[in-house]
Design a protein around this ligand. Structure first.
Ligand code: HEC
Ligand code: HEC
Length: 321
C-alpha cells in the first residue's frame, strides 16, 4: 500500500517536473531580430569584398566560393576546397546568422567575425594569401579607394576590410521564418506536422543543446555524450579534437560549438566532419550519441518538417541596393 502511494507520489512529481521542463523549453527558442544600427554603406562594401576573388592568392576564390549565399551560405561538400583545389579538413558552416554565435569556427577559436577573417585569408587550403598582398591588390583598384574614402573617411586598411566584411555578415540574419511567425502568435504559420516536430524537438531534449534565437550557436558540447562517436567512425584527426585544440583542457576534447539549425535544411552534408549526407542520418547520429536512444522514423520525419519551418529570409542584394 505504502509502496503504491510512494510510487504515485513519484509519478506525480515526475509529471510536474516534465511539465515544468516543457514550459521552460518552450521559451528556449526565440525569434530572430532584424539587426539594428548597421551601416548600409559598410554592408554594401562588405558584400563586394565577400564576393571578391582578389582576397585569395591566385585571384581564384572569394569568401562566397565556400559560403554560397544563394544556397544556405555553405558549400555542400564534406570538406571545402581552396586555392589550387587544396582540400580542407573540416566542413564549412553557414555564414548566415554567424554573428549571433558565441564565437566563430567549430572550435570557437575566433572571438569575433572580424578576427575570424584572418583564418581563411591565411589558410593555405582556403585563400592562401596574407594582408600585405590583399591590401596591395585592393589599393590598386580606384573604385575601392573611392569606396573606402567615402565609407570610412580614409584609406584601405586591414581593420577596415575586416569591419566591412563583418558588418555585411552581421546583416545576414534570416528573419521572418514561418516558425518565428508562429512564435509571435500566428498559429497558422506552420503546419500540424511541424508543430508536432517542434514538440518532439523539445521532448527528446534536442532543445537542451540547440536553443536560443539561432537554435544553436550558444554552447560548446561534446560530440558523443552517450557513446564514442570517434572510435565508431574511425580515423580520428586533429580537427576532431575540437575545442581541445584551443584550450588544451582534457574536458574540451571532442567539444564543438553546437551548430545553429536555422538553415540546416539547406546545408548538407552535416557535422564538423561532413560525415552525414542527409538530415535523416544526422538526426539518427544525434539520437544515438547525444541522447542515447533510438528515435522512430515517423518522429524523425516530423522533426525534419519542423526544421524546414526555421528557414527565414536570405540575403537579397537587390533589396539592399
Ligand atoms: C575554401 C573554403 C572557404 C573560404 C574561401 C572561406 N571559408 Fe569561411 N569557412 C570555411 C570552413 C571550412 C570553415 C570552418 C573552419 C573551422 O571551423 O575550423 C569556415 C568558417 C567560417 C565562419 C565561422 C562560422 C561559424 O559559425 O563558426 C565564418 C564567419 C566564415 N567562415 C566566413 C568567411 C569569410 C568572411 C571568408 C572570406 C574572407 C571565408 N569564410 C572564406 C571555408 C571557407
Ligand atoms: C548534448 C548536446 C546535443 C543534443 C542533445 C543534440 N545535439 Fe545536435 N549537435 C550537437 C553538437 C555538438 C553538434 C555538432 C557535432 C559535430 O559536428 O561533430 C550537433 C549537430 C547537429 C546537426 C548537424 C548540423 C550541421 O550543420 O552540421 C543536426 C542536424 C542536429 N545536431 C540536430 C539535432 C537534433 C534533431 C537533436 C535531437 C534529436 C539534437 N541535435 C540533439 C549537440 C547536440
Amino acid at each position: 500500500m505504502w509502496r503504491m502511494v510512494i510510487t504515485m507520489f513519484w509519478a506525480f512529481c515526475l509529471g510536474q517536473v516534465q511539465a515544468l521542463a516543457a514550459e521552460i523549453s518552450d521559451a528556449a527558442i526565440v525569434p530572430l531580430e532584424r539587426p539594428k544600427e548597421l551601416s548600409v554603406e559598410k554592408i554594401r562594401l562588405g558584400r563586394r569584398l565577400f564576393h571578391d576573388t582578389r582576397l585569395s592568392h591566385d585571384n581564384s576564390i572569394s569568401c562566397a566560393h565556400c559560403h554560397d549565399l544563394a544556397h544556405g551560405g555553405a558549400d555542400h561538400t564534406p570538406h571545402s576546397y581552396g586555392v589550387g583545389g587544396a582540400e580542407g579538413v573540416i566542413n564549412a558552416p553557414t555564414v548566415y546568422n554567424a554573428g549571433l554565435n558565441l564565437a566563430q569556427f567549430w572550435d570557437g577559436r575566433a572571438a569575433t567575425l572580424e578576427e575570424q577573417i584572418d583564418g581563411p585569408i591565411h589558410n593555405p587550403v582556403e585563400m592562401a594569401s596574407n594582408w600585405p598582398e590583399v591590401l596591395a591588390k585592393l589599393r590598386a583598384d580606384a573604385s575601392y579607394v573611392e569606396s573606402f574614402a567615402r565609407v570610412f573617411g580614409g584609406k584601405i586598411t586591414e581593420a577596415r576590410v575586416k569591419e566591412a566584411i563583418a558588418e555585411f555578415e552581421r546583416s545576414l540574419v534570416t528573419v521572418d521564418s514561418p516558425f518565428d511567425r508562429y512564435l509571435r502568435g500566428d498559429a497558422t504559420a506552420i503546419s500540424e506536422v511541424q508543430k508536432r516536430g517542434y514538440r518532439l524537438f523539445i521532448s527528446y531534449g534536442c532543445v537542451s543543446c540547440h536553443q536560443g534565437a539561432n537554435v544553436g550557436g550558444n554552447l560548446f558540447q561534446v560530440m558523443g555524450v552517450f557513446g564514442d562517436y570517434f572510435r565508431d567512425r574511425g580515423g580520428e584527426t586533429k580537427a576532431d579534437l575540437g575545442r581541445y585544440n584551443v584550450t588544451g583542457l582534457a574536458r574540451d576534447r571532442h567539444k564543438f560549438k553546437v551548430p545553429s539549425l536555422r538553415l540546416v535544411v539547406l546545408t548538407a552534408p552535416y557535422f564538423h566532419d561532413g560525415s552525414a549526407e542527409t538530415l535523416d542520418q544526422a538526426i539518427r547520429v544525434m539520437a544515438k550519441y547525444q541522447l542515447g536512444r533510438d528515435i522512430p522514423d515517423e518522429d524523425i520525419a516530423d522533426i525534419i518538417a519542423f526544421l524546414h519551418s526555421l528557414v527565414g529570409k536570405m540575403d537579397d542584394a537587390d533589396a539592399h541596393e
